[in-house]
Design a protein around this ligand. Structure first.
Ligand SMILES: Cc1cc2nc3c(=O)[nH]c(=O)nc-3n(C[C@H](O)[C@H](O)[C@H](O)COP(=O)(O)OP(=O)(O)OC[C@H]3O[C@@H](n4cnc5c(N)ncnc54)[C@H](O)[C@@H]3O)c2cc1C
Length: 501
């Protein structure tokens, strides 16, 4: 393959290998287009591989099979209630594509999905209390054979430099593994790891290829940028005004530094929402990296003055935004009664290691605890006393914790405002973490990247966190990042198929 101008030639080049990238690559390759997936690191899947793989695509056969009843019209109402008139065209495109995309994916023998209850994140018209998202079932490692080693392992094993356990691949690993199996089976797709996109090649106003270091790769029909956000770039976070810290993102170390966004901007692409991220509380782990923490079923979180400032059980992006508006440092205060962390964390945390590393402080009394985390003992004690009073009455008069179905989902329907009074007491430092940034290239309903005058740049498409999300500053429900990444990658490939030269 190739001539003097190109090292290799493809119809479609996809930058990145998260869920959107892989779904787009599969759509292209199964439509007969020669497709290359370029991945910067040695492993495929990015943050998508770390994820819980919840996918929020309403109105599909998965919800139908689960007997959910209406999930499309209610989703339209729900998104309208949250987003108003903003991004109506992209929202409608997303809703229209969801059923077709899932039908396309499930046609492949390697791919299937199952409904998994997880409440939507806002009390708004159209909400389904048990949500409408779904996940792929586990995937036995053996089914992937030699390809298994290409899929990024779960976050704890990956950070420790370990590969997959011999157990089935779960969650995001299953999703990426299944998409990889399907892509490989088309015979039209290749994955090239350790091949970062570094630039875009334009001829006569059209993107016709990419640079990957010294390589020049032709993309005769189109380039899809789905290479994550810029969560790991200190400079871009600062320029955009994203809260938190590049060291506190949950994305794989150093992977998502906004390369694809910057390459597109260099050829005239426009950007939006650069101050936005999918936020979450994070607990620091012994290696200084965060653990995404959600589903608080006990304990309380205090700010730098020792006071509560929010309903701790809020959906994680909403809690993250409360943290951004408050003054840290933040601490989760809990006691022996919860028998460890009263929440879910990814990766899971070992209390003894947390205490030994100093990220959790343990004390026999609240006064001592306050002293050790530099809070006024009076402030912390009165906050806990007031909170314990709410626990006794069963009503959080300050922040209404426990009143929403989401709050009670993780406590199995039991109260999540539980008195903190049984020593030893713990204070775990909480930082403002994120699951990735959500601002980036502005795109139209077909995933076409727009220039500064709102015109599509021929041959150039974007999806996932490389693009500015149609949800603006809102995280409507579980699986929106991955669901929308896949939907717009799929639409991009449909546009490539329809319209390319
Ligand atoms: C623990 C956890 C659980 C989550 N659970 C869910 C969930 O259940 N549902 C959901 O919807 N979301 C979930 N999220 C969020 C979601 O995983 C991410 O927002 C989403 O996967 C991002 O997809 P992406 O394709 O934009 O980026 P990624 O999945 O991060 O993929 C980007 C890829 O591009 C590569 N890359 C970067 N630069 C280049 C370059 N120059 N050239 C080539 N490749 C490049 C990266 O190495 C990476 O592999 C979760 C996140 C975490 C951390």
């Amino acid at each position: 393959m190739g001539n003097a101008r190109w090292d290799d030639e493809y119809d479609v080049v996809v930058a990145g290998s998260g869920a959107g990238a892989m779904a787009g690559a599969l759509a292209a390759a199964s439509g007969g287009l020669r497709t290359a997936v370029l991945e910067k690191t040695a492993l495929l899947g990015g943050t998508s591989a770390y994820s819980g793989s919840a996918i929020w695509l309403p109105g599909t056969r998965v919800q139908e099979r689960a007997g959910l009843g209406d999930s499309a019209e209610s989703a339209r109402a729900y998104l309208r209630a949250l987003l108003g008139d903003a991004e109506e065209e992209r929202r409608e495109a997303f809703l229209a594509t969801a059923p077709e995309l899932v039908e396309f994916l499930e046609k492949d023998p390697a791919i299937e999905f199952r409904f998994q209850a997880f409440p939507d994140y806002f009390d708004a018209p159209g909400r389904l209390d048990m949500g409408r998202s779904f996940v792929p079932p586990e995937l036995p490692v053996e089914e992937l054979g030699d390809l298994a080693g290409l899929v990024r392992p779960p976050v704890d094993r990956d950070r420790a430099g370990r590969g997959h356990a011999s157990k089935p691949m779960a969650q995001g690993r299953s999703l990426i593994g299944r998409l990889l199996l399907a892509l490989t089976a088309t015979g039209n797709g290749v994955v090239r790891t350790e091949t970062p996109l570094t630039g875009l090649i334009v001829e006569d106003g059209r993107v016709v290829g990419v640079e990957a270091g010294s390589l020049r790769l032709r993309a005769a029909r189109g380039v899809l940028l789905a290479a994550g956000g810029f969560e790991s770039s200190v400079a871009l976070r600062e320029a955009g005004g994203v809260h938190g810290d590049a060291n506190w993102t949950m994305a794989p170390d150093g992977a998502n530094t906004g390369d694809a966004i910057e390459a597109a901007v260099r050829i005239g692409a426009s950007t939006g929402l650069l101050d936005q991220a999918w936020y979450c509380p994070g607990l620091l782990t012994p290696d200084g990296r965060p653990a995404f923490t959600l589903g608080f079923r006990g304990g309380l979180i205090v700010d730098g003055s020792g006071r509560r400032f929010a309903n701790e059980s809020l959906p994680y992006d909403r809690m993250g935004r409360r943290m951004a508006a408050a003054q840290g440092p933040f601490h989760l205060v809990f006691d022996a009664r919860s028998g460890g962390l009263p929440a879910i964390s990814v990766p899971p945390l070992a209390p003894d290691d947390q205490v030994a590393s100093g990220h959790w402080v343990q004390a026999g009394t609240l006064d001592e605890l306050a002293g050790r985390i530099d809070l006024s003992p009076d402030a912390l004690t009165s906050t806990v006393e007031r909170f314990n009073g709410f626990a006794e009455k069963g009503v959080d008069q300050d922040f209404h914790r426990g009143e929403d179905p989401y709050d009670r989902y993780f406590s199995g329907g039991r109260p999540c405002v539980v008195a903190v009074g049984q020593p030893p007491f713990y204070a775990a430092e909480v930082v403002l973490s994120d699951l990735g940034t959500k601002g980036g290239l502005r795109t139209d309903p077909d995933g076409r990247v727009l220039d500064g005058t709102d015109r599509p740049i021929p041959g150039l498409y974007a999806a996932g966190n490389t693009s500015a999300s149609f949800t603006g500053p809102v995280y409507p429900g579980p699986g929106i990042p991955i669901g929308s990444a896949m939907a717009f990658a799929y639409r991009a490939v449909q546009d490539i198929t329809r319209n390319s030269p």
